[in-house]
Design a protein around this ligand. Sequence first.
Ligand code: IPE
Ligand code: IPE
Ligand code: MG
Length: 246
Amino acid sequence: MEEFNDNIQGRVPTHVSIIMDGNGRWAQLRGKERVYGHSHGVESVRACVEAAAETGVRYLSLFAFSSENWGRPEAEVNTLMKLMFKAIADEIEALKKQRVRFRVLGDMSRLEPALVEAIRTAEAFTEPEDGKEPILDLIIFLSYSGKWDILQAAKRLAEAHASDPAGTENATADEFASYLVTSGIPDPDLIIRTSGESRISNYLLWQAAYSEFLFVDTLWPDFRKEEFRSALKEYAKRDRRYGKVK
Ligand code: IPE
Ligand code: IPE
Ligand code: MG
């Protein structure tokens, strides 16, 4: 591990975010149903959580289900929700042991109440009891889209200043961001999308303002520790200028 960290000269991203894409194609290549790919994708999640914790990444966020994904066939949506239940039940003990704090962000009003309850229980369970910082925050974006997030933030900001128009007038970008569901989480340094697609698909639109992007051809069920580490090596070569000159 030390050797790996030496290679990337201490330039480990604080927050890595992944658009986990290509499960369906991975299954179809094997002559299987799309859901076969989704269940193998859970193993990639486990591998990336471990790789993130080992390399010193502090936040790992994963796009698991978009607002648009509600438009998929009912059977696939149901399977994905069942898989979410199962993954929580199967992984939560191991996450707690590794000192990983689990969080789910998105439009909870569209989820089954029993799933929301399982999520809230899992979140509370992985909250460190000793008040110390976790090793890693694992954030799952579920029933999420960037436009939905920006709109709900705008509504809440307007509501907060309902009786104070000057407050809206003077609102800053930082204040606005405090109403996004990602409030308190640093913006992603690196956003990886698997499966060869080069688009953002309504993901973190506000938060990705200065993220580095990496598009890889690997399908999500094949994206494991080695691929995660390669992505960090690529990130270490990037020169982030934030509009300034050097
Ligand atoms: C990503 O894989 C998982 C979700 C979006 C839920 P896909 O299901 O999009 O797989 P492809 O892109 O069709 O191969
Ligand atoms: C993006 O993948 C959403 C997630 C990975 C959760 P999609 O497969 O839904 O994206 P499009 O439709 O190809 O843009
Ligand atoms: Mg896809």
